[in-house]
Design a protein around this ligand. Structure first.
Ligand code: IMP
Length: 423
């Protein structure tokens, strides 16, 4: 069976966790392929909210196996926190959670390095979640990292020490004011590593290969969004992994010819958390309304998200890079009550009108050109059928489908599993 992918098409926080949860009953295996605890995937069901950072969003379903793939970076302390929360809710993760031996480990000093690097950047800071993601991927590509499989080796603590000592000298090099108590952080880390070791470590590319061969259905769950991709995002204001479809091949060991459907998730408007250009960002009452109604605060850091109109130029780009086959539009309900809606359909790029995402999208290079749409007042949150959706929303959806040439198969009208309309 081909592996289906589910990816965010904007700057993250599109609502991927909810849709994975909604789709999980169709899949035997849910696999995370990149990123780490910088992600915050929110799921709401039975009146309760659950936030996952590293563990795949299929964990609440009895019959799905959840795999943390080789492309993921794992902080044992945060991972243990996630397991503790699952235990509190009597979720038996022991029979349904697997970890790739090739996934890399985030050390306490990676987090400190992240903080030191950001502090040294001053105004040019990335706005990182400070979870140690960048430094861990740097050690991965620099061939210095510690992998999950290394935890099974006798000398892993010696390797740990050598790397942590190196990190400490790097932190000193940054010459910024960062207070920390490493022995305390390490005690917590080593305790969490023991818990991590209670989860089966596997050669996940072989597992995925055999699962495909035996006809198992697999959904690869992306984290962050396409515009945060290390290659195709708004560099340097990006994360450190490939968040786009190609990342699923390298992050799980799936060959490109074994990719099936690519589900692209996007919000009916746009948000961004952290620094970096955002052409359709709003600084007015409309942006404040999106933020308030959409509860736009980071699930991992609690930071307020920047809000703006839908950017179709950027969305088209993301669809192209990922080969999206089906679209899922989230948070349509948040746009109820706007008299007029705007969609950015082109950019004024240094005096030229263009419809593709150029190299520079900073405000001095790019001004958005908008198409306006009539808004609607109906509350969508209790709607369950596509036939109930108001006409102006259907016009908005029809326009997007026509422009993107991809069907919008799900419209989400609230955070709960049940608030999902299939088209
Ligand atoms: P890092 O990956 O924590 O280093 O953060 C790099 C950039 O990506 C920052 O602008 C973060 O705010 C953003 N980012 C990282 N993870 C997420 C996410 O899951 N959702 C939204 N933004 C994210």
């Amino acid at each position: 069976m081909a592996v289906d992918l589910l990816l965010g098409l904007q700057w993250g926080d599109e609502g991927k966790g909810k849709i994975v949860d909604v789709l999980t009953s169709k899949y035997n295996i849910i696999a995370r392929f990149q990123g780490g605890p910088n992600a915050g995937h929110t799921l709401v069901f039975n009146g309760k909210k659950h936030v996952l950072h590293t563990i795949p969003s299929g964990i609440f379903h009895d019959n799905a196996t959840n795999l943390v793939g080789n492309g993921v970076v794992i902080d044992p302390v945060i991972f243990k926190g996630e397991l503790d929360k699952l235990e509190e809710q009597h979720i038996d993760y022991r029979k349904s959670l697997l970890i790739s031996r090739k996934a890399h480990i985030i050390l306490p000093t990676h987090r400190l390095l992240d903080a030191a690097s950001e502090a040294s950047k001053g105004k040019a800071k990335i706005g990182s979640t400070l979870k140690g993601i960048g430094p861990t991927y740097m050690d991965k590509t620099g061939r210095n990292g510690i992998r999950v499989g290394d935890l099974e080796l006798r000398d892993w603590k010696e390797r740990y020490r050598a790397l942590a000592d190196k990190h400490e000298s790097m932190i000193a090099y940054y010459n910024v004011d960062i207070e920390y108590n490493l022995p305390e952080l390490e005690a917590e880390f080593f305790k969490a590593v023991e818990v991590l070791k209670s989860i089966p470590f596997i050669d996940s590319e072989e597992y995925i290969y055999q699962a495909q061969k035996s006809g198992k259905t697999i959904l690869a769950e992306g984290a962050q969004g396409s515009l945060l991709d290390i290659d195709f995002g708004t560099y340097p204001y990006v994360t450190s992994s490939n968040t786009t479809a190609a990342g699923a091949c390298t992050g799980l060991g799936v060959s490109p010819n074994n990719i099936g459907d690519v589900f692209g998730i996007f919000k009916a408007y746009t948000t961004r958390v952290g620094s970096g250009p955002f052409p359709t960002e709003l600084f007015d009452e409309n942006g404040a309304t999106m933020s308030r109604v959409g509860h736009e605060f980071g699930a991992t850091t609690g930071r307020p998200r920047r809000c703006g109109w839908l950017d179709l130029v950027a969305l088209k780009y993301a669809c192209q890079v990922n080969g999206v086959t089906q679209l899922m539009m989230m948070k349509g309900d948040v746009l109820s009550g706007f008299k007029t809606l705007k969609v950015c359909t082109a950019y004024n790029y240094k005096g030229d009108i263009i419809e593709h995402l150029p190299y520079n999208i900073e405000p001095e290079n790019v001004q958005p050109i908008y198409t306006e749409f009539k808004g609607w007042n109906e509350d969508l949150t209790a709607m369950t059928e596509a036939s109930e959706l108001p006409k102006p929303l259907n016009d908005y959806i029809d326009f997007l489908e026509k422009e993107l040439e991809i069907p919008i198969t799900i419209v989400s009208v609230g955070p709960d599993r049940k608030q999902t309309i299939f088209r």
